[in-house]
Design a protein. Structure first.
Length: 139
């Protein structure tokens, strides 16, 4: 897994809108990694590759209009295209797309990867006051 190539690929799908921007995606990737490490310590089998890709792309194209039913479905579509271009295997791409769709507020989720990415995405809701003020400056 070439993280730099994945980061460069994901970054182009983000705009500078508040909250659903690339900084947020990187934050979710970092939080996901922290949660994944804890899961591994507890003996929970996970795919760090799926988690990393899903976190990076989970809000890709958020500011764009699309024909998809949700922002998450569109992000999953963009992730699939990008990851295919990077040569990622089909099974991983399917799991990444499922983890992205699991970030929808009404989605169900079952795999550890889906739970980790969703939890990391929501972690921003409990951010510090300083982080809130920093985000508010962008609005």
């Amino acid at each position: 897994m070439d993280k730099k190539l994945a980061i460069d690929s994901a970054k182009k799908y983000y705009s500078e809108i508040p909250y659903h921007n690339f900084e947020h995606a990187l934050h979710v990737a970092k939080k996901s990694e922290e949660i994944a490490e804890q899961c591994e310590k507890e003996g929970i089998s996970i795919s760090k590759k799926v988690i990393f890709y899903a976190a990076l792309f989970h809000d890709a194209g958020y500011a764009e209009k699309s024909e998809f039913q949700s922002k998450e479905e569109y992000s999953a579509y963009l992730a699939g295209k990008a990851l295919e271009t990077l040569g990622v295997d089909k099974e991983t791409i399917i799991k990444v797309k499922q983890a992205i769709i699991a970030t929808h507020q009404l989605a169900t989720f079952g795999t550890p990867e889906e739970k980790i990415v969703r939890t990391a995405d929501l972690s921003g809701l409990a951010a510090s006051y300083e982080e809130f003020i920093e985000l508010k400056k962008r609005i």
